[in-house]
Design a protein around this ligand. Structure first.
Ligand code: HEC
Length: 107
């Protein structure tokens, strides 16, 4: 039934995409490794800032902004916060944001 093959192929790829794509959702554990390597020196390993002007990610009111706004700060930098565009991929930045969300209220 060669006539049905294209439909079959599309169905298989769609099913594969549905199965595989959730594994690519932001990964807080990969983000945690990046955070400890690049961010903890200022933001503290648990989000309590080492650098006094850095925001406290462990505060219950921290990180009320959306992922896009946080991503923009990580990408472009702000004040004493360095820009990571070119150094981190978009995916790595999203993983770090997912990790940041685990720090809130932990203190
Ligand atoms: C050299 C010190 C330093 C390093 C390294 C650093 N930051 Fe920052 N970060 C800051 C400072 C200072 C601010 C506050 C900037 C401002 O508003 O003036 C900040 C702000 C932020 C904000 C904005 C928070 C908000 O509520 O608006 C995010 C998100 C952030 N940093 C994430 C990161 C991530 C992720 C990394 C590592 C990839 C990182 N930072 C590395 C110093 C640093």
């Amino acid at each position: 039934m060669p006539r049905f093959r294209p439909l079959f192929t599309t169905t298989v790829w769609t099913a594969l995409a549905v199965l595989v794509l959730p594994a690519h959702a932001a990964d807080p554990s990969s983000g945690g490794a990046t955070y400890q390597r690049l961010c903890a020196q200022c933001h503290g390993s648990r989000g309590v800032p080492v650098l006094p002007v850095a925001p406290d990610f462990s505060a219950p009111t921290a990180l009320m902004k959306g992922d896009g706004a946080l991503l923009a700060v990580i990408r472009d930098g702000r004040g004493a916060m360095p820009a990571y565009q070119g150094q981190l991929k978009e995916r790595d930045m999203l993983d770090v944001v997912a990790h940041l969300r685990t720090l809130r209220g932990r203190r």
